[in-house]
Design a protein. Structure first.
Length: 219
């Protein structure tokens, strides 16, 4: 995209190396600390508008380390899956673009938090998964290390879970889930929109063609 190319030419040196690695290691470390030592840490690092306005500005960054894997069926395995996805995107885009991608999602979450009072990291991490599924839809992975599955089907499944989480969450989490996807919308939104438009037009063309054939067959 032209505007991303322009930013990369001007600010490419500010890309953060090993950013995804740092986030995933932080996720793991914080999660283990919560499980083993003190569960209150999760509250202390969460993105809370009132706390930030009272000087706890570290929450603008530390919320990204709120464990997204605690409570899931295969928590740490899922975390390593995000590690693999994030590093694949980094190799393809480079340090600057993955930094910008995650920064957009982070800023979107900040905006959501200041509108609603709180925000979470789920949208930011899910945006990486959706980006990978969109860019390499036919790549096969082994689900749970056993079942071969194409990424596009995993993407549809995760989208269904995202929608379920959106429906069942409170207002603050809904806004966070949506605005946390800002990176995906900025980087891949035009492609997704074009695909959706072409899919709808193709369906209409097939429907019109079938209707014409049915009318002709009657005569």
């Amino acid at each position: 995209m032209h505007w991303i190319d322009t930013l990369e030419r001007r600010f490419g040196r500010y890309g953060i190396p090993y950013l995804v690695n740092a986030l995933i290691v932080g996720q793991l470390a914080v999660g283990l600390f919560i499980l083993i030592i003190n569960w209150r840490l999760g509250t202390a690092i969460s993105l809370d508008r009132d706390a930030v306005l009272h000087g706890q500005v570290w929450r603008l960054v530390t919320f990204l380390f709120q464990p997204i894997w605690l409570g899931s069926l295969l928590g740490i395995l899922n975390l390593f899956f995000y590690f693999w996805i994030g590093n694949s995107l980094t190799r393809y885009w480079g340090d600057f673009r993955i930094t910008l991608y995650l920064l957009l999602g982070t800023v979107g979450t900040w905006i959501g938090a200041f509108l609603t009072g709180a925000g979470g990291p789920s949208g930011v991490y899910l945006s990486m998964l959706f980006a990978y599924c969109w860019m390499w839809p036919n790549q096969e992975v082994l689900l749970w290390g056993i079942i071969p599955l194409k990424m596009k089907y995993l993407g549809w499944f995760e989208l269904a879970l995202w929608l379920l989480q959106f429906i069942t969450s409170n207002f603050a989490n809904r806004v966070s889930l949506v605005l946390g996807m800002a990176g995906f919308v900025a980087f891949l939104g035009p492609e997704v929109f074009s695909w959706c438009k072409e899919t709808v037009f193709s369906w209409k063309r097939r429907r019109d063609w079938n209707n014409r054939n049915n009318r002709n067959n009657r005569w």
